[in-house]
Design a protein around this ligand. Sequence first.
Ligand SMILES: [Zn+2]
Length: 83
Amino acid sequence: MIIVIKRFIAGAVCPKCGNSDSIKAFRDEEKSLMLRECVDCGFEDALSTIVNQTSELDTRVNIKESHKDVPSEPIKFDPNSIS
Ligand SMILES: [Zn+2]
């Protein structure tokens, strides 16, 4: 049994009728989709949650690559400087 929780998105504006706070969002776990629907005009939209996960992975890779660009300096450790 799949429990689908529909939530209103605060501040979301329907691209079809232009009403704000009329957009409900819910997840379809079976299809890995994030669905949006407008309760005023019946507008429906589907976003793939798989795409979102991929973009997160890309971000992590980019962060790793940016760290490589930073020149690594040898750590200077002077025991006499520690009081
Ligand atoms: Zn609408």
